[in-house]
Design a protein around this ligand. Structure first.
Ligand code: SF4
Length: 493
């Protein structure tokens, strides 16, 4: 750790590298917002940064290898760049703590999932004291949404409604690293959504480890459905999505709110994890196959056009061939539009890691291939059923937004499906177009025809101008919607 005189913060550049889930993607927007509020500027793509922040994930077995591998690559960069600083945050930092500095003494700062806001001060302290700073706290200091954020997208935004989780799935490390569920006040959530819409954002995704449990802190079982309706009532907001729901706490009022609120997209990503009741019991998921399929049926009855996707773990300890067959059977019945499928990997510190019946890799791999083959077949069939359908697309940036070979642009339909479409001049990410699906592939749709309509939007203007919404943090003014201020809650928040 060198103390060579370094440039004042105001001219120092930063880069945040993100690993893992949407929670981390959103936390990284906060880290960028914090650093910019402290005077740092984002490093140009092709330049090394003065400060590199690794926002880590701890869910997968090789997460550790990847972190220490990346830190190994950064060492010579730092050796060649006096004053450069490296900070490690996120779930792996929360788990490994001082071990990171012991294994990689060229790291300057280690901070956890509960004290994201400390980063700028820790960087300063490390520079001033010429000594690595490791600061991990056991529970949330301030709700991350009170921190400034620099958003990645001009047209879509993440809005946290809760952090942490009260469930205890035996394969999951999240509760140990992100703590018990903490719910945000409905009024603050709506104010943040309003602030984003005021800056042209058209789509928000309500974010939580388990959004269906939202309101548990103020003992309001109906809080999430109410929040969906209130969010959907905000003038100018066209699309509302949410992730992750949990079958255990999924209630019918949420289905009614989805079906009854035009802005709420008919898209549901609901993790199944396994189709076997015995495996679900040992995963401590709190539901069984019939409950899961029952929810799917009620969602489809209320919203026949809904696209349902899921997460599935293959090879959980003790999973028999008969258990796996149950998973295939649920997949056949549920007809998911797509699925994230994972080969079980032991996560030290979770109950499942020490369970009997750990399966050989080749057995897990073979089942994984069977499951993905079946799901790809179903995804393609479900996508083929979309051919001829008129779709409204929010034009996307990235996601292969401009396919040089085909000249197609890309966008997301309201049901979450990715569509590559023949565009026209002047169509920008953030604009809204209507077109007709002409072909289907297993993982995307194609619309090779003239656009039916093209709506230029403020989001498109902002994207073109390179401006991104910012939310300064702290609790903002109340939204201008029909809902009394704030949403009534049983214990008053
Ligand atoms: S619901 Fe289960 S899998 Fe999801 S974050 Fe909570 S403990 Fe982990």
């Amino acid at each position: 750790m060198d103390s060579a005189t370094t440039a004042p913060t105001s001219t120092r550049t930063y880069r945040v590298r993100t690993y893992g889930c949407q929670m981390n993607v959103h936390d990284s927007e906060r880290l960028s917002g914090l650093l910019e509020a402290a005077g740092y500027t984002a490093a140009p793509e092709d330049e090394d940064a003065d400060v590199v922040v690794l926002n880590t994930c701890a869910v997968r077995e090789n997460a550790d290898n990847r972190l220490y591998g990346n830190l190994g690559h950064l060492r010579p960069v730092k050796d060649a760049r006096p004053g450069m600083q490296i900070a490690v945050g996120g779930c792996l930092a929360q788990k490994d703590r001082g071990e990171i500095v012991r294994r990689a003494p060229w790291v300057d700062v280690v901070f956890g999932t509960h004290n994201v806001g400390s980063l700028p001060a820790l960087l300063e302290r490390a520079r001033h004291n010429a000594e690595a700073q490791v600061e991990i706290v056991e529970s949330l200091e301030v709700f991350p949404s009170t921190l400034p954020a620099k958003r990645d997208s001009a047209y879509a935004g993440w809005v946290s409604i809760s952090v942490g989780c009260n469930n205890t799935c035996t394969f999951c490390i999240v509760p140990a690293l992100r703590g018990k569920e903490k719910d945000r006040r409905p009024g603050e959530i709506l104010a943040e959504v309003q602030a984003l819409v005021d800056q042209g954002v058209l789509e928000v995704t309500l974010l939580g480890q388990n959004v269906n449990a939202y309101g548990v802190e103020f003992r309001d079982r109906g809080a999430f459905a109410d929040l969906l309706r209130a969010t959907g009532a905000i003038d100018g907001l066209e699309r509302v999505r949410f992730t992750s729901p949990h079958p255990r706490e999924f209630t019918d009022d949420v289905i009614e709110a989805m079906a009854g609120t035009p802005a709420v997209c008919h898209q549901l990503h609901m993790p199944l994890q396994s189709g076997s009741d015995d495996v679900l019991r040992r995963m401590r998921r709190g539901y069984r196959q019939d409950r899961y399929l029952g929810i799917i049926d009620r969602v489809r009855a209320a919203m026949p056009d809904a696209a349902i996707t899921t997460d599935i773990i293959v090879g959980f300890p003790g999973e028999t061939e008969a258990d796996f067959e149950q998973t295939l059977e649920v997949v056949r019945q549920a007809r998911f539009a797509s699925a994230f499928t994972f080969q079980y990997s032991k996560r030290p510190g979770t109950p499942a890691a020490t369970m009997d019946g750990q399966l050989p890799k080749e057995v897990v791999q073979e089942r994984y291939l069977r499951l993905t083959a079946l799901q790809d077949e179903i995804s393609w069939a479900e996508n083929r059923a979309q051919v001829g359908r008129t779709v409204e697309l929010l034009v996307a940036a990235g996601e292969g937004s401009k396919d040089a070979a085909t000249g197609r642009s890309s966008g997301r339909a309201r049901d979450g499906r990715l569509v590559h479409f023949t565009s026209t001049a002047g169509v920008r990410p953030g604009d809204v177009v209507e077109t007709v699906v002409t072909d289907a592939k297993p993982h995307f749709l194609v619309a090779d025809c003239a656009l039916l309509s093209h709506r230029r939007t403020r989001a498109g203007d902002a994207h073109e101008a390179g401006t991104r919404p910012t939310t300064p943090g702290v609790s903002l003014g109340m939204p201008r919607i029909g809902v009394p201020d704030p949403l009534p809650v049983s214990t008053g928040c």
